[in-house]
Design a protein around this ligand. Structure first.
Ligand SMILES: [Zn+2]
Length: 561
């Protein structure tokens, strides 16, 4: 009895002040299946939100005390609620421009590609450029790159350049080559390659990595209004798919001004964590001005530099330690100059700037780990603005197994894109041979080694849909359920891990794990609400699941009608 009284009085002592503190919520979400990504309280039914913050997470019964006369109560009818999804690697304006130019996603064959180009050319004025992006030949019969002579058949006069989905290659027609002044004697630029016909030695139309610039600089520049429209369209698409933040992997510093304008006018609501390209003018400006953190109600942060250290696997631009298995004369190429990279890394450490480096091949991954290690050694913790700088490797696709533990040792984060694996694994065995696939797209090995793996889509390289990424991470099969030799199904992750890949882990990779990334009182109220329970339904049904509501800063920014 005595014990009972002690317990009762303790309870009362706790309850009285708590109840006095309870303020009615602005919005209460109830009857949900909530997965919080918070290991201490992984599941819940209801959430109360006041202004931009979560103030309560718990049961339907307990949330009632937050319902006041002004509170909006949203009945979720059992729908699934997740912490607001984050795309840890995307190219936001690229997603918008994909909507605005010739969108070649899903092109099924060379004939299909040519038909789409012809339709556009027929509408173009004489001499007008036709640009597009998104084709990928992997599933074509035969799976070979288009040539300029193919394009000449449908566009003999208008210059054409069409980016491969991965962005690391493009095909242009003869009219474009003529304007750019490229012929068989034009040397390859640094970090790029003008592909040649094996017999004649003539350029065949394919331009890899930096070589694309030879033609692209002839294309009339996009206007500022176009850039703004692309960001608005890209943001809209993201929010409708359930992304609440995108980590924008590269771009010019000028993009920041566009974002600021669009936030001020209320045209975009999506959170953006921006990296600018370096080494060079954009990185120099960020290093000089210092980071921007949490402007526009924690929507805009600019504190990272994006470096590109090699090309991509599909176009054989990824830098490998040994030659390609299906092209013994090449092992790809590095695309960054060490003498420019090194001083920038030192400055970034001193100024508290994060560095994230695109590295696909095993050579590029080893190279950037070595360079990161050298910089970290030469600027001791006490001389850094941010002691643990959380530098990242974007893609970390083909990593020699002996290099995997180095990420954890150096505190480097591998930022990876599940959909790359389920597309690339169709051609990766021929590019690399089966043995080198050990350590390729090795999500589970990375997690086991003690690092977090933020997940991204790399859109417009991939479609940019959260359900495709989540499915790819847990199934590691193509959308039809196919998996082949060398796909290493043991590298698939659990659903609980996949949830973290798109929520709390990207938050950590952005220094925001205390602010967002899980459904917990005190955190920003970002929610992704889905039509089905992706934590329990059969794998194939994940791809049919749709976003029904997106909440950012407590505001419902998208609701499926
Ligand atoms: Zn990318």
């Amino acid at each position: 009895m005595k014990l009972f009284l002690v317990v009762l009085s303790l309870l009362l002592l706790n309850l009285v002040p708590t109840q006095n503190r309870i303020q009615p919520a602005d919005v209460v979400f109830k009857n949900g299946t909530v997965y919080t990504a918070n290991d201490r309280a992984p599941k819940a039914q209801a959430i109360a939100v006041k202004a931009d913050r979560i103030i309560f997470v718990g049961t339907n019964a307990a949330v009632q005390k937050y319902v006041g006369s002004q509170t909006r109560v949203v009945d979720l009818h059992g729908n699934t609620v997740l912490p607001g999804f984050t795309d840890a690697h995307q190219h936001l304006s690229g997603v918008g421009f994909r909507e605005m130019t010739l969108n070649l996603e899903g092109t099924t064959s060379l004939d299909d590609l040519l038909a789409k180009v012809k339709a556009r050319v027929d509408q173009a004025k004489p001499g007008e450029w036709v640009t597009g992006r998104g084709w990928i030949e992997t599933h074509w019969q035969p799976p070979v790159f288009p040539t300029r002579w193919d394009l000449d058949k449908v566009s003999p006069n208008n210059p054409v350049i069409l980016g491969r989905a991965d962005g690391h290659g493009a095909v242009a027609n003869s009219a474009a080559f003529k304007l750019a002044g490229i012929d068989k004697n034009t040397p390859n630029p640094f970090g790029g390659e003008i592909s040649k016909d094996k017999q004649s030695g003539e350029p065949n139309g394919m331009l890899l990595d930096a070589a694309q610039g030879l033609v692209r600089r002839r294309v009339p520049p996009t206007s500022r209004a176009d850039e703004e429209r692309a960001v608005v369209l890209g943001s809209k698409r993201n929010v409708e798919l359930g992304w609440t933040q995108v980590q924008d992997a590269g771009g010019d510093y000028d993009d920041v001004e566009i974002f600021k304008k669009l936030y001020s006018s209320g045209d975009i609501k999506l959170r953006i964590y921006k990296a600018v390209y370096g080494p060079g003018v954009n990185a120099n400006r960020l290093i000089k001005d210092g980071p921007i953190i949490g402007e526009f109600q924690n929507r805009l942060t600019v504190r990272a530099i994006k470096v590109v250290s090699d090309g991509a696997l599909g176009s054989r631009g990824a830098a490998l330690l040994d030659p390609y298995s299906d092209a013994h004369d090449t092992s790809g190429f590095l695309t960054v100059k060490t003498e420019q990279l090194r001083p920038m890394l030192i400055d970034a450490l001193r100024r508290g700037i994060q560095v994230e480096t695109h590295a696909i091949g095993d050579k590029a991954n080893r190279y950037i780990l070595d360079e990161y290690a050298t910089a970290l050694r030469s600027v001791p913790r006490g001389s850094r603005k941010v002691a643990d700088p959380r530098w990242r490797v974007e893609h970390a696709q083909i990593v020699n197994p002996i290099d995997i533990p180095r990420f954890a040792k150096l505190g480097v984060i591998p930022s990876m894109q599940p959909s790359h694996a389920i597309g690339d694994l169709f051609f990766a065995p021929s590019r690399l041979g089966l043995e080198r696939l050990q350590g390729a797209y090795a999500w589970e090995s990375f997690i086991k080694s003690g690092v977090v793996v933020p997940g991204g889509s790399d859109a417009p390289v991939e479609r940019g849909e959260p359900m495709i990424e989540f499915y790819a991470a847990v199934a590691r099969k193509d959308p039809k359920g196919f998996s082949g030799p060398g796909w290493h199904s043991e590298e698939a992750v659990t659903r609980a891990q996949a949830l973290k890949m798109f929520t709390i882990w990207p938050a950590y990779a952005a220094f925001e794990e205390k602010l967002r990334g899980s459904v917990e009182p005190g955190k920003l109220a970002d929610l992704t609400i889905l039509s089905a329970d992706i934590m329990t339904i059969p794998e194939a049904e994940i791809l049919k699941t749709r976003c029904v509501m997106t909440v950012i800063n407590g505001e419902i920014v998208f609701e499926k009608s």
